[in-house]
Ligand binder design. Structure first.
Ligand SMILES: N[C@@H](CCC(=O)N[C@@H](CS)C(=O)NCC(=O)O)C(=O)O
Length: 203
């Protein structure tokens, strides 16, 4: 099994952190997006959607989509559980992971892809207005997360989960846009310090 990885790209980092939390190390195959290595015919054979990460199994089966890869790893290595335990906790982890991915992460990504020079080649055309419209959405999603973290130590509740991983990757990705967590979001800042101190955060 090996992971087609992308260095500083956020989605591969989600899987690397997940693996680190499980205490697993997989061989990494570097894919240099700046050299368009994910757009070659050989990569397209692995993932026609041309995104990283991709988990390649020993028989050549390719699994893409970060959450699908993490679910596969979770099935093989259930401890520690990162998708929740029991029906309610699993639903909460799913809810928060989707909220963060489709809310905060998507907004941060839109700002990057439509305003940062490094995002230009990823889009057919950068639309700076779309970046501007997404900047307040980032702050709105951070505030929603802060409200949740006022009540719970972790994003989906009492236990560290994949939702914390997605949130950390999204928050760290804000750096490229020079967006900081507002000082008044104290709960979010407390959570960020705690999850960043975990060994997995350096993955
Ligand atoms: N939904 C996919 C997204 C994969 C994705 O878009 N990855 C980015 C890197 S973070 C990528 O490969 N982008 C290449 C492109 O947009 O051309 C996942 O969760 O893995």
């Amino acid at each position: 099994m090996r992971l087609h990885d992308g260095g500083r790209a956020p989605n591969p980092r989600r899987v690397r952190i997940f693996l680190a939390e499980k205490g697993l190390a997989l061989p990494l195959v570097p894919v240099d997006m700046t050299k368009h290595e994910h757009r070659t015919e050989s990569f397209r054979a692995l993932n026609p959607y041309r995104g990283i990460p991709v988990l390649e199994l020993d028989d050549g089966t390719a699994i893409s989509e970060s959450v699908a890869i993490c679910r596969y790893i979770e099935e093989l290595h259930p401890e520690p559980p990162l998708f929740g335990v029991g029906a309610l906790e699993r639903a909460r982890v799913e809810m928060w992971n989707r909220r963060i991915e489709f809310g905060l992460y998507t907004a941060v990504q839109a700002v990057f892809r439509h305003s940062h020079p490094g995002g230009a080649w990823l889009e057919a055309r950068q639309v700076p207005e779309w970046a501007e419209l997404n900047k307040p959405r980032v702050i709105e999603h951070l505030s929603l997360l802060d409200a949740q973290l006022a009540l719970h130590p972790h994003v989906a509740g009492e236990r560290y989960s994949i939702a914390d991983i997605t949130a950390l990757v999204a928050v760290d990705f804000m750096r490229i846009n020079r967006t900081a967590i507002p000082d008044d979001l104290k709960h979010l800042l407390r959570w960020k310090a705690a999850v960043s101190a975990r060994a997995s955060a350096s993955a």
